[in-house]
Design a binder for this molecule. Structure first.
Ligand code: B1M
Length: 213
């Protein structure tokens, strides 16, 4: 891995906000010779290690929260560079993290990719109730609805949203794509979503395919 990317990753694992932001700035300035996308990937890799440390009891909620803050700040710096060239010409995607779930870093990466690929994004944020997804579909007439979910305890919400879209009579008008560590391809089939995306690039490619159809 490139030295700056390695340092960015390490600063997150050292819980050093200042160093992480300095490395993110170096990437943006072009001084490091790596892309904003590489920087985002390095942050995501560091978060995998954070998750492992938390799961194995090496780190507690305090560290998890602060690592999340550092990751969010670094991604906020890097994301505008991903969105350069956004046009909205491929159609609209309504995106949100499901009710009860506050994780948004993966969703934000998907938003960055999809926007820079030419989609208009209506980002509903985190902890989004099914009724808000339905309202947004009625208001914006999107091509697709994207849901992110990282907690096994909130996975059921994904099915609740699909069902709410059906009950409101708008399910046939939109494609549904889901992603996040708590979900799988099999789960997507069970809740009658149209697709599961293991990562943001694949997710964007899937919606591009729908846009072209
Ligand atoms: Co939490 N957390 N967390 N957390 N957290 C996990 C998810 C966990 C797996 C950690 C662990 O135990 N190993 C675990 C869930 C266990 C489970 O349910 N099976 C967990 C837990 C337990 C919790 C709390 C309950 C902890 C507590 O309070 N006791 C709590 C819940 C709060 C809540 O949501 N109600 C909590 C809180 C937090 C923070 C707020 C501190 C912070 C989030 C900060 C934020 O998002 N703003 C946080 C973090 C950082 C994590 C880990 C470490 C990293 C998540 C992340 O951002 N990954 C995570 C461990 C892990 O995932 N290994 C963990 C990087 C991100 C790029 O990946 O989101 O998967 P991901 O996105 C990927 C793909 O999944 C995909 O594209 C992205 C990359 O290309 N993708 C999509 C995602 N959404 C998509 C949507 C699409 C397409 C693709 O289309 C619409």
């Amino acid at each position: 891995m490139h030295e700056t990317l390695d340092s960015l990753k390490q600063s997150l694992l050292d819980l050093d906000m200042d160093a992480a932001l300095a490395h993110a700035h170096a990437i943006l300035d072009g001084a490091a010779g790596v892309s904003a996308q590489d920087g985002v990937n390095a942050v995501a890799e560091a978060l995998q290690v954070v998750g492992k440390r938390f799961q194995e009891g090496e780190w507690f909620v305090g560290e998890l929260v602060y690592a999340g803050e550092i990751a969010k700040s670094a991604m906020q710096l890097l994301s505008p560079a991903l969105a350069a060239g956004a046009t909205g010409r491929l159609g609209t995607i309504v995106v949100g993290t499901v009710a009860g779930d506050l994780h948004d870093l993966g969703k934000n990466i998907f938003v960055g990719f999809a926007r820079s690929s030419g989609f208009e994004i209506v980002d509903l944020g985190v902890n989004v109730a099914a009724a808000r997804f339905v309202d947004a579909v009625q208001a914006h007439q999107p091509l697709a609805v994207g849901m992110s979910c990282l907690l096994t305890t909130t996975a059921g919400e994904v099915g609740t949203v699909v069902e709410a879209l059906r009950a409101a009579g708008v399910r046939h008008r939109v494609k549904v794509i889901i992603g996040g560590a708590a979900l799988t391809e099999q789960f997507a089939r069970e809740v009658a979503a149209d697709a599961f995306a293991p990562d943001a690039v694949t997710g964007t490619d899937i919606v591009k395919g729908w846009s072209a159809a």
